[in-house]
Write a protein that binds this ligand. Structure first.
Ligand code: ZN
Length: 67
C-alpha cells in the first residue's frame, strides 16, 4: 500500500473514482500521479546524495592540501 507524499498517511484505493485517497489529509492521487511523484522524489534524493558526495570530496581535498 502506498503512502501519501504530503503527510505520510495511508492511501486507500477507491475503485469508483480510480484514485488513491489519503486517510490523513484527504489528498487524492491517480496511479499515474503516484508514479510520477515517486520518480520525482527518487531523483531529488539522488541529486542530494550527489551534492553531498561532491562536498565530501571537496572537504577531503581541502584537508589534504593543508597538510
Ligand atoms: Zn496525506
Amino acid at each position: 500500500m502506498p503512502f501519501c507524499y504530503e503527510c505520510g498517511g495511508r492511501l486507500v484505493y477507491e475503485r469508483e473514482t480510480k484514485t488513491y485517497v489519503c486517510q490523513g489529509c484527504g489528498f487524492t492521487y491517480t496511479s499515474q500521479e503516484l508514479l510520477v511523484e515517486r520518480e520525482r522524489r527518487f531523483n531529488s534524493k539522488f541529486e542530494a546524495d550527489k551534492r553531498k558526495k561532491k562536498h565530501q570530496e571537496y572537504l577531503e581535498w581541502w584537508l589534504s592540501s593543508k597538510s
